[in-house]
Design a protein around this ligand. Structure first.
Ligand code: NDP
Length: 333
């Protein structure tokens, strides 16, 4: 099988040269382990951070070693109690065709309950991120006006819809193309949206939210964050989820120039990492899978075919080539 390794650490924007495609033997599961054949894997913005040296909230990828990340696979052989050949499992050994896993690192998923891709998306980490950001971090209340950047992506598109389903008075989104803006307003229920490439974010946000915003779900940082601070009403809250506009900067850029508004408007900005919100998991699964069954959540996927194209899929994600979740199909189940 194939595995994809980190060849070198990027400076600034990564390229396919930072990845190595290596043909390896299919590993043998030991006692108590399972051999899994991957079916689908996720590429995520946080992986860019793991390509750098130095510890963040997760350790860096190692040069010369396979990358890691969320994937769903099917058990081929099992030496473990509770898992049998044919079972589908969610785990973190993506970027390879075959993986040997301890059962404690593999969560059984039900392919009849939802399509396998959903466990990497709506019912998985991105869905939980959107939910925890709104519920726990921004403490979104009924009647809030909510602004979401990166709104046509995996987390952002779900955050917008969840905000609306939880009673937001108005949901505004920003994204990087006219087609994404059209999708947001015409198909997935945002009240207003704009293309941040069309002009200053502050001006476009003001036009889209003339009465201001109460919550900002930040996926982008930079100019978007400054604009949101300017648009927030008194006692507004920011769920600081990510700052993708900065992940490929070789040098840090200056922060928002209007931070004093945190004082004057009594704002709260809080960063969060989805893994710290596991206490919401059951509530999240119940509520979101209910909406999903009722057809009240729309989700788009951009699926790249073939493990060998995973580096391109990842680079495409950073460039905005995805609508909804970017996934890589590795094999048919
Ligand atoms: P997305 O599906 O949103 O994909 C990334 C998107 O970012 C692209 O499609 C692109 O869309 C947009 N983008 C890229 N560069 C820029 C830029 N310079 N300015 C504005 N937008 C840009 O990814 P995810 O949904 O997986 O992640 C969204 C955010 O959430 C990221 O910041 C990520 O780091 C964060 N995150 C945080 C978690 C946490 O626990 N805190 C967990 C998961 C994700 P466009 O065409 O609109 O530019």
């Amino acid at each position: 099988g194939l595995e994809i390794r980190l060849a070198s650490r990027p400076k600034g924007w990564p390229t396919t040269d930072n990845f190595d495609l290596v043909e390896v033997d299919v590993p043998e599961p030991g006692d108590g382990q399972v051999l899994v054949r991957n079916v689908v894997m996720s590429v995520d913005p946080y992986m860019r951070g793991r390509m750098n040296a130095g510890r963040s909230y997760v350790p860096p990828f190692e040069v010369g070693r396979a990358l890691e990340g969320g994937a769903v696979g099917q058990v081929v052989t099992s030496n473990a109690d509770g898992l049998k050949a044919g079972d589908f499992v969610l785990h973190n050994a993506g970027w390879r065709d075959y993986a040997v896993l301890d059962p404690k690192h593999a969560t059984t998923v039900d392919a009849d309950l939802a399509p396998l891709n959903a466990y990497l998306y709506v019912l998985g980490m991105p869905g939980m991120t959107a939910y925890a950001g709104l519920v726990d971090v921004a403490e979104q209340k009924e009647g809030d006006a909510v602004f979401i950047s990166g709104a046509a992506g995996a987390v952002g598109s779900l955050a917008g819809q969840i905000a609306k389903l939880r009673g937001a008075s108005r949901v505004i989104g920003s994204a990087g193309s006219a087609e994404k803006v059209r999708l947001l307003t015409e198909e997935i229920g945002f009240d207003a949206a704009f293309n941040y490439k069309d002009g200053p974010v502050a001006d476009q946000l003001k036009a889209a939210a003339p009465d201001g915003i109460d919550v900002y779900f930040d996926n982008v940082g930079g100019e978007h964050l400054e604009a949101a601070i300017g648009a927030l009403n008194d006692f507004g809250r920011v769920a600081e989820c990510g700052m993708i506009s900065q992940y490929n900067n070789a040098e840090p850029e200056p922060g928002p120039r209007n931070m004093f508004m945190l004082v004057t408007k009594r704002l709260r900005l809080q960063g969060f990492i989805v893994g710290d919100h596991a206490h919401l998991k059951d509530q999240f699964f119940r509520e979101v899978s209910g909406w999903l069954r009722e057809g009240r959540i729309h989700y788009r996927e951009t699926v790249v075919d073939g493990l060998r194209n995973a580096p391109e899929a990842f680079l495409g994600l950073l460039r905005g080539e995805n609508t909804g979740k970017m996934l890589v199909k590795i094999a048919d189940p």
